[in-house]
Design a protein around this ligand. Structure first.
Ligand SMILES: NC(=O)c1ccc[n+]([C@@H]2O[C@H](COP(=O)([O-])OP(=O)(O)OC[C@H]3O[C@@H](n4cnc5c(N)ncnc54)[C@H](OP(=O)(O)O)[C@@H]3O)[C@@H](O)[C@H]2O)c1
Length: 242
């Protein structure tokens, strides 16, 4: 039996989350992997084996968060699920497309952060939430994406303060990855900015200083968990505390 605590990874079926789940299973953890699509989750289960426990559900559901924390008593939450932004300049967005990432990314980090404080996680528990470099630099073609990811940074700070005030002994951290064409979500972003700059995707990617891979993000998450800083940026050049 593993001595590693159980981990919850949201958005574990593709992209960064899938790589994070694989790295955690390789490190000895049992991973409760959450995403809506059963088919992709089943393929992760086939790849990673029985220490990957798929839960097909909407991660924005606060009741789900409470139930999963109660049933699995995880020591680590990786709050990574995120919607693909609607790529268009602001005047070509609707309120629905503009606010998409608030209703998915931010809402799910709120739900799980709230549950982690209220249940609460056992002392020593760690919550890593996926923000984005866009929270610092903006993302003018992604509607409310950058502000939704900035709200996740504020949620981290508020939660860390509440944990300290209540003596819960929890750690809350955020990771800000750079844009990468290596995932479905990132490809949509890269295509949007390439078209905006009048170049094709390959040219746009060649002009990037470095290209981040899901495996680098997974390694970064393990380093964030082992580290002590509150916020980190990760690019193809590596991990850096903010
Ligand atoms: N890729 C980049 O360039 C980049 C850069 C900075 C930050 N990020 C952030 O990193 C995170 C992962 O991005 P990615 O590129 O790996 O995206 P991705 O390849 O599109 O994967 C997104 C994952 O989230 C899941 N998901 C989406 N909405 C969900 C919901 N409501 N409930 C449960 N699961 C949900 C998806 O599965 P289902 O659709 O089946 O639910 C999928 O497993 C996101 O928060 C993203 O904003 C990405």
């Amino acid at each position: 039996m593993s001595t590693q605590p159980t981990t919850v990874v949201t958005g574990a079926s593709r992209g960064f989350g899938r790589a994070v789940a694989a790295a955690l299973v390789a490190a000895g953890s049992t991973v409760v992997g959450i995403a809506r699509g059963e088919h992709d989750l089943a393929s992760v289960r086939d790849e990673l084996g029985e220490r990957f426990r798929p839960v097909a559900a909407d991660a924005t559901d606060g009741t789900l968060a409470e139930d999963v924390l109660r049933e699995h008593r995880p020591g680590l939450l990786v709050l990574n699920a995120g919607a693909t932004p609607h790529m268009a300049p602001v005047h070509e967005q609707t309120w629905e497309t503009f606010s998409r990432n608030w209703h998915a990314d931010t809402r799910h980090v709120f739900a799980w952060t709230r549950a982690a404080l209220r249940q609460p996680l056992a002392p020593g528990g760690v919550v890593v939430s996926m923000s984005s470099g866009a929270a610092i630099g903006g993302s003018p073609l992604s509607g409310g994406y950058a502000s939704a990811k900035a709200a996740i940074r504020y949620l981290r700070a508020y939660a860390a303060d509440e944990s300290r005030r209540a003596g819960l002994g929890l750690r809350f951290a955020t990771l800000l990855p750079q844009l990468t064409p290596a995932t479905g979500l990132g490809t949509v972003g890269v295509d949007g900015y390439a078209a905006r700059n009048g170049v094709d995707r390959d040219t746009f990617v060649r002009n990037m200083a470095s290209v981040l891979t899901p495996e680098q993000v997974a390694k970064a998450v393990l380093e964030v968990v082992a580290g002590s800083a509150a916020e980190y940026q990760v690019s193809g050049a590596g991990l850096q505390a903010l």
